[in-house]
Design a protein around this ligand. Structure first.
Ligand SMILES: Cc1cc2nc3c(=O)[nH]c(=O)nc-3n(C[C@H](O)[C@H](O)[C@H](O)COP(=O)(O)OP(=O)(O)OC[C@H]3O[C@@H](n4cnc5c(N)ncnc54)[C@H](O)[C@@H]3O)c2cc1C
Ligand code: SF4
Length: 483
């Protein structure tokens, strides 16, 4: 098998029977009402790959087996592949208006492809072959792999080995001829309970004293010793109310979880960085560059939905013809297209790596993400400006059904322009609420700031890539200043 159907994917996750805790209870992963929209969102990555209309974007040809595979399992072999990835992410954002969780894994696998190759070239190790063996499984079985970098980090002013509690960063506690044993936790993991495999990365560059923390490996998500604790999202319990309107996005959502590694054994064949500190920073940098441009695809697709909902609501409100309203909608489109332009140019300015894979342009990738830390927030602000206070004050959908006339009065008072029903207006309101401050805002707002590194991380990288010497030379040449 090379490509699963959506239903086969759901079944494969059910079979894993992962130990997942949510609101103090061990729960049935997959079918729990808070979890289901997130797995359904990943399901769309399978559905779209089966759709002939999207075949060119959503599938690719494996460089390992030569078979047609889901693009979310592909190692980019050209600039065209890089560009198609970003376009696919925008399309997926448009279809789900949420995080569909499969790109962190895709970006992680592409980073590992490059770095394991570099390690073998320098040290004559066998990391790259191990990685290719793993990729073959992922591609042949069309599996989801999430990428887990972020440690809880304890006191951020201290390095991993200087922490009072040594487990604040995931680390190797034992090594023998068969493999390693690791302990620690990875926080905020997107798609954690919807994944078949986990690719664990170090959280940042490591010094020699932090050798045991410079570890990367892949492991099945149901490995003994791994437990998941599901993260809360704003308004999440609305999904348990059997609400049709109040959830805003009925079918799709994202998920993050803490993944606890309690003395987990990893055989050597799955270890991809085993203490080589030099490569910890390198793999994080390549991953971050890919992922910072992924946001320029997915968040832009979600913003397409948000802009659409806002435009519709201005029609419901009877304000759509006002010039400042049109101007604000135009500003939202301008900000959004700036994000995708950056993401696309980071791909077209990408380059071939010695492994045969393709890397994105690091400078533009970081500019792209720094824009993402601001523009979705500004798009949200403009959306709420145009929507009005109803975004924060609309009563529950149950209140529209209160007997004795009150429900009818609510319908009357929530109605706007004649062409739209109260329900159409309230559905738009709830969708905007979802994306700008409800469950969807975890990905569209908070993750836009912190995901793939907080804003300062992008500033540091922009400064590092900025090549001011070259720019000074240009200025000297024009100004007639001798070297
Ligand atoms: C929705 C969501 C999904 C995510 N998904 C994933 C995922 O799938 N995989 C994954 O690995 N990670 C994921 N992340 C985590 C993300 O990568 C981190 O949030 C990010 O790297 C920042 O780390 P932090 O949250 O620990 O922030 P912190 O380190 O707590 O940073 C908070 C602030 O403190 C500043 N700061 C931090 N350290 C220092 C210091 N030493 N000195 C001075 N200032 C400092 C930062 O610049 C920032 O302004 C996700 C995050 C979110 C919000
Ligand atoms: S935030 Fe975007 S890029 Fe990251 S996993 Fe979710 S959809 Fe993909």
């Amino acid at each position: 098998m090379s490509m699963k159907t959506k239903e086969e994917y759901f079944e494969s996750i059910r079979k894993l029977n992962l130990p997942v805790y949510l609101m103090g209870e061990k729960v049935n992963n997959v079918d729990h009402p808070i979890i289901w929209p997130s797995i359904n969102s990943v399901g769309m990555t399978y559905e779209i790959a089966q759709d002939a209309l999207y075949e060119d974007l959503a599938t690719a040809t494996s460089h390992i087996t030569g078979k047609k595979i889901n693009r979310f399992c592909h190692i980019h072999q050209s600039i065209d592949d890089l560009v198609k990835k970003v376009k696919l992410l925008r399309l997926m954002g448009q279809k789900t208006a949420s995080c569909f969780q499969r790109c962190a894994g895709l970006d992680g696998m592409n980073a590992l492809n490059a770095v394991t190759y570099e390690m073998d070239a320098e040290m004559k190790t066998e990391y790259h072959q191990r990685f290719l063996n793993f990729m073959r499984i992922i591609q042949e079985e069309d599996l989801v792999c999430d990428t887990a970098l972020t440690d809880p980090k304890g006191d951020r002013s201290l390095s991993p080995s200087k922490q009072k509690d040594p487990d604040m960063y995931l680390h190797i506690v034992k090594k023998d001829a068969k493999g390693i044993v690791v302990r620690g936790c990875k926080a905020h993991q997107t798609g954690a309970t919807n994944s078949h495999w986990i690719a664990v990365f170090p959280t940042s560059a490591m010094k020699e004293e932090d050798k045991d923390y410079a570890v990367s490996f892949v492991t099945p998500s149901n490995t003994k010793g791994i437990t998941y604790v599901f993260g809360r999202q704003s308004c999440d319990t609305r999904k348990m109310e059997k609400a049709q309107i109040d959830v805003g996005n009925l079918k799709f959502g994202g998920q993050e979880a803490y993944i606890i590694f309690d003395d987990v054994f990893v055989p050597w064949e799955n270890v991809l960085i085993g203490g080589e500190t030099k490569y910890a920073g390198r793999v994080v940098e390549i991953f971050a560059n890919y992922h910072r441009t992924s946001y320029g695809g997915c968040k832009v697709g979600v913003a397409d939905v948000l802009i659409g909902a806002t435009s519709l609501l201005t029609k419901c409100n009877g304000t759509s013809k006002a010039s400042h309203v049109k101007d604000k909608l135009t500003e939202m489109v301008h900000l959004n297209e700036t994000c995708i332009s950056c993401a696309l140019s980071a791909q077209t300015e990408g380059s071939r790596h010695a492994s045969g894979g393709y890397l994105v342009n690091g400078l533009i990738a970081n500019v792209c993400k720094l824009n993402i830390t601001r523009f979705p927030a500004e798009i949200s602000r403009l959306s709420q400006d145009l929507a009005g206070a109803v975004i924060g004050t609309t009563p529950s959908e149950k209140d529209f059904e209160i007997p004795g006339g009150i429900g009818d009065l609510m319908k009357k008072y929530l109605k706007g322009a004649a062409d739209f029903s109260w329900e159409e207006r309230v559905r738009c309101i709830r969708l905007i609420e979802n994306i700008t401050m409800g469950t969807g805002a975890v990905a569209f707002f908070t993750e836009a700031i912190h995901g793939a590194g907080s804003p300062q991380a992008q500033r540091v990288m922009i400064s590092r890539y900025s090549n001011l010497d070259m720019k000074e030379k240009l200025a000297k040449n024009i100004a007639g200043i001798k070297e």
